[in-house]
Design a protein around this ligand. Structure first.
Ligand code: PNS
Length: 173
């Protein structure tokens, strides 16, 4: 039997219950699942550092034996080769995700045909959930119950309070 190593890449800024739902599905399908936080210099304006995102993911997946968490820089396909991965896992929540995901999957296949992209659907209750919308709700003090784990919610409130007090700080001469 072939040993399938899959990479689940993403920004995870922060990890949501939708991501965790996909990780729980993926770890049943693959022998090893590496959740990989992308160090994406193009995507400015992140709320959490890559290290913080990795730590949150590690805490949330510690009980799953075949899941590890890592960070990567540069091309995803280079990282897949480095890790001897055969597959990339991506979530599709709605038809609107499909166009971008298809483009990315086909481009990745052109770069490295040995790696297959596998799409999985999270539970319907997470179909409208994204890290971006979680950051926005948190920034306005809205309810996050059921959207992110409690620990992530605490981190979000703390980070937003820090950002707010930094924005209102009177610069010293
Ligand atoms: O959670 P996201 O932001 O939708 O994840 C996007 C991610 C990190 C998977 C994508 O931007 C990526 O793979 N970045 C690494 C650079 C790369 O390989 N780009 C070419 C993709 S075709």
């Amino acid at each position: 039997m072939k040993h399938i190593v899959a990479i689940y890449p993403g920004s995870f800024d922060p990890v949501t219950n939708g991501h965790l739902d996909l990780i729980n599905r993926g770890c049943k399908l693959f022998d090893n699942l590496i959740v990989a936080v992308a160090q994406n210099p193009d995507k400015g304006g992140s709320l959490f550092s890559v290290d913080e995102r990795v730590e949150m993911l590690k805490a949330m997946t510690a009980q799953i034996d075949n899941v590890t968490v890592d960070a990567f820089e540069g091309l995803l396909m280079n990282y897949c080769i480095e890790k001897n991965a055969n597959a990339v896992l991506r979530g599709i929540r709605a038809v609107s995700d499909y166009e971008f995901e298809l483009q990315m999957a086909l481009m990745n296949r052109k770069i490295e045909p040995r790696v297959e992209t596998v799409f999985m659907m999270p539970a319907e209750k997470y179909s409208y959930l994204s890290s971006r919308i979680v950051r926005e709700i948190a920034s306005f003090g809205g309810p996050l119950t059921g959207l992110v784990p409690d620990m992530v919610e605490e981190h979000l409130h703390r980070r937003i309070a820090e950002r707010r007090s930094a924005a209102f700080a009177i610069p010293s001469k």
